[in-house]
Design a protein around this ligand. Structure first.
Ligand code: AMP
Length: 606
């Protein structure tokens, strides 16, 4: 661990990427392969390989307490050190006395991390963390804490670790990237690179692959400036999920590569029994199977099975693919009730039915299809889901009777129960647009259907895992903004060391202020510097980590939506809040109220 920590310090000391990778490559090459493999994982800021679901579950507060105990420092002294260094790892390095271990092997540290992950409850974890930090040197403790908090803060992204592996063991970077993408394990990738076996890296089913990400588009015009012929889907507001299917085994993984199958027990069954192994990409949403299936003016359900015109020129937004769907997606707030549960009751499944909206395929027919254009992947996907329906109906005939989906009862059916099993797996409808007007119309339609906006995709683009490129664009409009009052502030991290840049804010409820969120992005450095001065002068209580301040500063914040939450006193929380601007023109008495929050919450849930 000592050499690891020394190398990390040296990497932090240079801003030049080439030097960083050179230093890292040199270290990886000189260490025994097993140690280097663990180091590669640690250098990407993780205690465990990316594909693993294991997490340490050791939060900042617990670490703070342990560092405080071991160092014998007061909160005030630690806060001063935190202000100076900007992260808890560096604080640990500066204040801990250090133990007697001279050089702990990285594999030993990894073993202890596994014990910490397996320990139940903060008290049991604290014992192990305390023991570990009391034994190692301050420099080692510095990096152990950084790994535990998930960020080394030495300007080293995983892509640089990949480059360093290529440099250390030879071979093109793209082979290393590919192996890492397939394995989700930079340590295993290093092992293969060291043995010259990178080409042997194979996709492993049930090991999640990185997700392709989208960039924001400002407007329909902006979106079409990237590609002329756009494929358009609704942007559903649920959670992204990668489905790995092999026969009767079906497992779902979230964007953070955690397994989430348990939260959605009704979904695996609906995808079981595919004739081949596949990996699908889509969004799990709360789904209304109810009265929303209203016929439209022309007497047809909007989502009814339309004859899909060929992909030739069609005026306006035309359906590329519209499958028979039965219902509509509900906003995230509805799905929230289903999240983070180990066990889902049948009652809850009935109350909040879910569906998997599939929009991509990554693996099928025994091979990865990510390099093929979306146009081709879409065809593979359609074919797959078609066979599934056929197989499903044949195979499921008797099974459906014995194992009916508890989420769906006759009472909430507005359609043919025979098509039930397939309704939980829905091919996301795709449209085509090549000019702004139909795109804007699609946007309005998507919002009218209760979805967030649009995803605009280049039909010629490959699937690029883990990258935020311009082949997928997202178009959404702010739901609303809220004017809120800052009630507490914290020092920032990294570039924001020493300035009060993290703001907790509240809305009004009669005479009271109730906290509803926390944001740290959106203001300029100059504004933050001015605000820091103001908050220091108007602190009510210095709580070490945090200061409660006079509630006089009004901010306008934007957010994706509002959720119910116990985290703040208002009982609500804003999802992805960001500061739009300071509102010096507003008094706290003019800030938004709980009524307004409830109104927006109702509107988005409606
Ligand atoms: P954002 O979370 O705002 O960055 O938007 C990207 C997210 O939108 C993806 O990660 C998906 O979870 C979600 N999403 C919803 N509908 C789609 C869709 N049709 N295609 C791709 N992503 C979608």
């Amino acid at each position: 661990m000592r050499t690891f920590a020394e190398t990390a310090d040296r990497i932090a000391a240079t801003t030049k990427k080439l030097e960083k990778t050179a230093l890292l490559a040199e270290y990886l090459k000189s260490a025994p392969v097993e140690e280097a493999a663990v180091a590669a994982v640690f250098f990407s800021g993780r205690p465990f390989p990316a594909w693993e679901e294991t997490t340490l579950q050791v939060g900042g507060t617990l670490l703070w307490r342990i560092v405080k105990e071991l160092s014998g420092r007061s909160d005030l002294e630690l806060t001063a050190a935190y202000r100076e260094h900007g992260d808890l790892g560096a604080v640990a390095g500066a204040v801990l006395p250090g133990g007697t271990e001279t050089q702990s092997a990285l594999s030993k540290i990894r073993l202890i991390f596994r014990e910490i992950a397996a320990a139940r409850g903060p008290a049991a974890k604290a014992v192990l963390v305390r023991k570990l930090l009391s034994e190692v040197s301050p420099l080692e403790a510095k990096y152990i804490v950084k790994i535990v908090t998930g960020d080394l803060r030495i300007g080293l992204k995983e892509s640089l670790v990949e480059e360093a592996i290529a440099k250390a063991f030879g071979g093109p970077v793209k082979d290393v990237q590919r192996a890492n993408m397939l394995l989700g394990d930079i340590g295993e990738t290093l092992r293969l690179a060291a043995e010259g076996r990178l080409a042997e890296a194979r996709m492993r089913l049930f090991h999640p692959i990185g997700f392709m990400l989208a960039s924001p588009a400002e407007s329909a015009e902006d979106a079409l400036s990237y590609f002329q012929n756009a494929w358009v889907e609704d942007k559903y507001d649920g959670i992204r999920a990668q489905a790995h299917c092999s026969g009767e085994s079906v497992r779902f993984f979230s964007r953070t590569r955690d397994e989430i199958t348990e939260s959605f027990p009704e979904l695996p069954d609906a995808l079981a029994g595919l004739p081949q192994d596949v990996i699908l990409d889509g969004e799990i949403v709360a789904w209304s199977y109810l009265a929303d299936d209203q016929p439209t003016d022309n007497g047809r359900d909007e989502t009814e099975n339309l004859e899909a015109p060929a992909l030739s020129e069609v005026e306006g937004a035309s359906p590329v693919l519209l499958k028979k769907t039965t219902g509509r997606a509900l906003p995230f707030s509805a799905l929230q009730k289903r999240l983070g549960r180990k066990k889902v009751s049948e009652k809850l499944m009935r109350e909040v039915p879910v569906a998997y909206l599939v929009f991509d395929v990554l693996y099928a027919g025994g091979e990865l299809v990510m390099d093929r254009p979306l146009r081709e992947r879409a065809r593979i996907l359609d074919e797959l889901l078609k066979t599934r329906t056929i197989n499903h109906e044949g195979r499921e005939g008797t099974r459906r009777k014995t194992k009916a989906n508890p989420a769906i009862t006759q009472s909430n059916l507005a359609f043919d129960p025979e098509c039930l099993p397939s309704t939980q797996i829905i091919r996301a409808p795709v449209y085509q647009a090549s000019s702004p007007e139909p795109l804007n119309k699609s946007f309005d339609d998507a919002q009218a259907r209760g979805n967030e906006g649009l995803m605009i995709k280049d039909p010629e683009s490959p699937y690029t895992p883990g990258r935020r490129g311009k082949s997928w664009l997202k178009l959404k409009r702010e739901l609303a903004t809220l004017d809120v009052v800052v009630t507490a502030v914290e020092y920032g991290h990294g570039r924001r060391i020493g300035v009060l840049s993290d703001y907790t804010f509240a809305v009004r409820d009669g005479d009271r202020l109730l906290n509803i969120g926390k944001a740290y992005s959106g203001l300029t450095d100059v504004e933050i510097a001015e605000m820091t001065k103001w908050f220091l002068d108007h602190t009510i209580e210095d709580q070490g980590f945090r200061r409660t301040v006079e509630p006089r500063i009004v901010l306008e914040v934007a957010f994706n939506n509002i959720m119910k939450s116990d985290r703040h006193s208002s009982g609500y929380a804003l999802r992805f809040p960001r500061i739009v601007r300071l509102r010096p023109d507003k008094l706290p008495e003019e800030a938004d109220t709980m009524e307004r929050v409830k109104e927006i919450f109702q509107k988005q849930s409606g």
